[in-house]
Structures are given as structure tokens and as C-alpha cells.
Write a protein that binds this ligand. Structure first.
Ligand SMILES: C[S@@+](CC[C@H](N)C(=O)[O-])C[C@H]1O[C@@H](n2cnc3c(N)ncnc32)[C@H](O)[C@@H]1O
Length: 283
């Protein structure tokens, strides 16, 4: 049922245009953590809930191959049609059904802004199956983005938070904002391995986007899809318009929303767990 939010190719293309890729510092943290114990060169990686492939592409240089997997055919279509490194492929999968990769073939199972959609116990079984001994599960995500404009960032942030929490908050459904806002610290995200590590507030990415694209950004959130589903297309279109109008009013500039560029900061969190070198995890 989760894929319905990410169904259309148009939405998947918008997603690719307005969502960030994780910063290099975060990728370095993942690679360094794997290498602390990994025996031999890094092998394959899977990116579960790959969307349009943001993570699959940036981890590609470190692995023999990367398989980006997603329940949404539209996301997989958009990801596949982009310029991708030759060792990256994308496949449609069923929710937590057997991942189409061999047992103990992967050095990394990564997901970004996707674990809140998973059936975690079933996902951990799959992740454990495909990981090599010493391989790593990494959950990546980012908090409500921050809009920046000299002297007005706090006012812009009030609008962002109001839209996220008050306007769309109740429509996020299973994709529970609390889980993301809590940086996946809820017990269900606990790594099934003794050895684990978190990094909070250490990594951030920035995008320069016009205000009009910030309107598009909120349409990529499942809360917006829920809002549209419950209140109708007209109200959803109005919400997007009001959001852009509120931003433009605060900025008080004469340029159009298409020409007015904002800096958007994404603060990432990272949680990792390592499969033991000898399998005594009981799974
Ligand atoms: C918010 S997007 C994140 C996309 C991308 N990883 C990124 O970093 O932006 C969540 C993605 O997870 C996918 N998804 C949801 N449930 C899934 C599941 N059970 N297995 C695999 N993918 C899933 C959705 O179709 C969507 O593309």
C-alpha cells in the first residue's frame, strides 16, 4: 500500500528534481564504518526504497555493483532513465519480499528516507540474509528542511513547520512524521546487531531552489498525497499556492517565485549496525 504515494512518473520526476542526495561526509562515514571490520574489498550494495536513485548513484564508486530496489515502478522508471554509473541497476520489488540478490553477497544494505515505510521485522530478515559477515545496514534520513534567506530564515522556518505539522501533519499516515522527526530512534528501528553506531547533526546537504520548486517539494511528501486524498485536488492545489505565497510575502521581493532562489538545508541522521563476522545473531 505504501507505493501509492509514489506512483506517478510525474511525481517521481519532481522527486528527482527537488530532493537532495546525501553529502559526501555521510557516505565517507558509511564506507569507513564498513571498512573497520570488512574482510577484503567491498562487494555489492543494495539501496532499499531507492526512489529516483539518489543514494544508489553516490555509493556506486565504492562497490562492485549497486541494486536500487523500490516498490514503485514509476520511481524505478525515472531512476533507470537517468545517467547512471555502469555498475548500478534498478528493480521493482514487492514489500519486504525476498530481495533479488544472493545470500551473503552484499557489504551494505542502505536506505534513505524509506525505512518508515518498511515492515521492519521482515526487512531485517532480508537485510540479514543478503549481508556478508561484517556487512553493514545503514538507515539514513533528514529532518524537516530549513529554508534560508538573510535575516528572514526564522520566519520561513515557521511557515515550513506550520505546513508540515499543522496543515499536513495528520495526513502522513503510516509514513509517520514522528519516526522521521525522531531520527528513527523508535525501538522498531533498533539494529538487530550488537555493534551499532549513530551520527546525528554531523552531516548536511544544501540545495538552491526557486520558491516555485519549494511548492513542488511539498507535493513530494506523503502528507500532501494524504491531504489531497482526503480534501480533494482543489484544496491541495490551494495549499501549495498558499505555501509559496506565504514565502514570497515574507521575502518581500519583486522577482517571481520562479526567479527567487532560496537555500534549503537538509540535516541528516545516520544509524548503522554491523552483521557479526561470525553469525551468532540468532536470526
Ligand atoms: C521518500 S522516498 C525516498 C527515496 C530515496 N531513497 C531518497 O533518498 O530520496 C521513499 C521510497 O521508498 C519506497 N518504498 C516504500 N515502501 C517500500 C518497501 N516496502 N520496499 C521498498 N521500497 C519502498 C517508495 O516507493 C519511495 O520511492
Amino acid at each position: 500500500m505504501s507505493q501509492r504515494y509514489f506512483e506517478g512518473v510525474k511525481l517521481a520526476s519532481t522527486y528527482q528534481r527537488v530532493r537532495p542526495s546525501p553529502p559526501q561526509s555521510l557516505i565517507d562515514s558509511i564506507i569507513n564504518y564498513i571498512k573497520q571490520k570488512h574482510v577484503g574489498p567491498l562487494r555489492d550494495a543494495v539501496d532499499v526504497g531507492c526512489g529516483s536513485g539518489q543514494v544508489s548513484r553516490v555509493v556506486a564508486p565504492y562497490f562492485t555493483s549497486v541494486v536500487g530496489m523500490d516498490v514503485s515502478p514509476a520511481m524505478v522508471e525515472v531512476a533507470s532513465n537517468l545517467e547512471n554509473p555502469s555498475n548500478v541497476t534498478f528493480v521493482v520489488v514487492g514489500s519486504e519480499e525476498e530481495y533479488p540478490v544472493a545470500a551473503e553477497s552484499c557489504s551494505l544494505v542502505v536506505s534513505c528516507m524509506a525505512a518508515h515505510w518498511f515492515d521492519m521485522p521482515r526487512y531485517f530478515v532480508q537485510a540479514h540474509r543478503v549481508l556478508r559477515p561484517g556487512g553493514v545496514i545503514a538507515h539514513v534520513g533528514y529532518l524537516v528542511p530549513e529554508l534560508h534567506w538573510p535575516g528572514k530564515s526564522h520566519l520561513l522556518q515557521e511557515i515550513m513547520v506550520d505546513i508540515h505539522l499543522n496543515e499536513m501533519g495528520q495526513y502522513f499516515g503510516r509514513s509517520n512524521r514522528d519516526d522521521i522527526d525522531g531520527s528513527y530512534t523508535a525501538a522498531k528501528y533498533d539494529m538487530p546487531y550488537e555493534e551499532h553506531h549513530r551520527e546525528d547533526g554531523m552531516h548536511e546537504a544544501s540545495l538552491e531552489l526557486p520558491v516555485s520548486a519549494m511548492g513542488d517539494y511539498i507535493t513530494t511528501m506523503s502528507g500532501f498525497s494524504g491531504y489531497r486524498h482526503h480534501l480533494g485536488e482543489q484544496k491541495a492545489t490551494l495549499l501549495k499556492q498558499q505555501y509559496m505565497d506565504r514565502i514570497m510575502k515574507v521575502l518581500d521581493v519583486s522577482s517571481s517565485p520562479e526567479e527567487t532562489m532560496l537555500t534549503i538545508k537538509f540535516r541528516y541522521f545516520l544509524s548503522m549496525g554491523r552483521k557479526p563476522l561470525t553469525d551468532n545473531s540468532g536470526q
